[in-house]
Design a binder for this molecule. Sequence first.
Ligand code: ADP
Ligand code: MG
Length: 729
Amino acid sequence: MSTIRFQALQTTSGRKPVKVEELDKKSVIFGSNVFNDKAMRQFLTPEAYKAVQSAVQHGTKIDRRLADYIAMGMKEWALSKGVTHYTHWFQPLTGTTAEKHDAFFETSFDGSDPVEKFGGSQLVQQEPDASSFPNGGIRNTFEARGYTAWDPTSPAFIYGTTLCIPTVFVSYTGEALDNKTPLLRALSAIDEAATDVAKYFDKNVKKVTPTLGWEQEYFLVDSALAASRPDLMLTGRTLLGHTSAKGQQLEDHYFGSIPTRVLNYMRDLENECMLLGIPVKTRHNEVAPNQFELAPIFEETNLAVDHNSLLMDVMSKVGERHDFKVLMHEKPFKGVNGSGKHNNWSMATDTGINLLSPGKTPMSNLQFLTFFINTIKAVYKYEELMRASIASASNDHRLGANEAPPAIISVFIGQQLTKVLAELEGVTKGKLSPEEKTDLKLNVVGKIPDVLLDNTDRNRTSPFAFTGNKFEFRAVGSSANCAVAMTTLNSIVAKQLKDFKVEVDSLIEKKGLKKDEAIFNILREYIKETKAILFEGDGYSEAWEKEAKKRGLSNHKTTPKALKAKVSKEAMALFEELGVMNHVEVEARYEIELEEYTKKIQIEGRVLGDIARNHVIPTAIKYQNTLIENVKGLKEIFGKDFEKIAKEQISLIKEISSHIEGINKNVDLMTEERKKANNLTTAEKQADAYCEKVKPYFEIIREHCDKLELLVDDEMWTLTKYRELLFTR
Ligand code: ADP
Ligand code: MG
């Protein structure tokens, strides 16, 4: 018997680790495919170089004449590296990246004068056919065009033989059709707000840059095995499959030695990352079998987001070379851990200070506390929006499913800082006596660096945790584009810092308080107001769900429910005030995400119905037939005694029939619900129906299939099993 499963297993058993080309030292090859500072100095005129630098650092516009020079230099650089094509590289609202390659090559219509061409206009702006990208109704109006525009803050890079130019993607009427545009606007909002606040502490601060260090988790499955599972190929996760007898119970995979085939994949991937200027640093096994993690050195947020998007693409491509299918899905396998993408986030000044890192003087610690407490307040005020920013059909499997982290947003700060906040809460209202000030500065604020030095608490169950000198937004899904979470986080903190500045200034101007008194006073109020968001306990426990409810925190376990916060009055007002998104852009995204949710569940439903009916049932019937033959034979030999002798077989035959019936009945019911859902008139109603009415059948159908997997002869089972997917290396 040679089903696709056994062919795949055979293919896999013959695999050898794929050799990896040895490259020069990382420090030498780093960024060699990036149009970085070094390349720019070499290929640009001083004037053009200055224009790019100033665009990067101060957001100044680059005029057309200079754009021509820059394009020329970029082209020369690219041609010197064997590049033939260029593309505007952007991030439409599909969550992935998009590119349309054009050759540099041009010729006149009669074929004479062939030449490699690339001018300022091609660099700065393109008009891709936007009609097949999601737009949430933005372009339903009379004007259907969209265009991409160069983002000079993220350097161009070469991938393969293509020069990729990071761009934004906007409609003809100026609305953002991508993930990058709102992110850039949010980053500029927080720059402005945080710089204003940082000036309380140091007049020289001119710019604040939010930083992001993501940690990408993923699974590797042999490509032949993956190809034998239609559910993995079409939905990115296994829709059925009995859990393996061995899973992650022994915890022998985490940080264990990395299998050679995988290690070679990682080395190859890291080489690619180095060439592309993605500063990857750590690699290790994760908790689940065949699960791994990759993390870089943190970078400016826009660049880090681009790098993560690029990385996800590169991971899949390098995977092909090593016969691995890379699973970025949040929950590819039932019964073992899913994957996340922790977003480590902080803010850095152009004077070289990490604003979430305590310093050496009381004043710098007050600065730390200011940004620390304002972040907590922002998360408290906009916890639902934070939850919405990480909502997706695939992430629903992690959040609120008793697996890190819960659907409730809370902030973990550790014992030591909890103590510091408690002490600050006692600050006198209004003017402080000199003794009080000294005491605060020496004994509370002054001691923070010491308490943080031995602050080793780590609470893995918290969705938003302070980890020494940064916050870690852990609830982000492994397949997500970080831009969505980062746009939200940077926006809410920007808004909060703006409000804080107004409050402090008013205390200084109207109440005549000194700057530090005013800051202490406002922070004290914030500490009092925001206690409900702080949680240090076990985030997975039922007790926390109850407690959180009492505290008034939201707990949306499904995407359609969670997403609603995106279009709340507060959210709209927030984004509009900061100039991050207008209400059309917000509503469009809401619509697109609902539609994406619906489509994902719809596809899963179809695939599950297909596998259950066309793989599982026929296999079950085949096996049942051999049992029937067996019973018939027993009857022939033993006559009327056969019933006793064939008792087990007969009950198996019946059991198989009952599961077949279970599958058929429930697939029919699910299909009915799908039809009903499809006929609903709004995206909201459809998503709700898919969530509440269609999805519940998945577990029921799966249960019957998985039972059959246990009953049916292993030799006959056509679908590659969990133990094979998870333990073949
Ligand atoms: P883990 O959370 O797995 O213990 P670390 O805390 O060492 O790992 O760091 C995780 C990530 O945090 C890394 O990608 C690192 O670059 C990033 N990181 C460290 N400092 C900052 C910062 N100031 N801003 C943003 N990210 C940071
Ligand atoms: Mg981490």
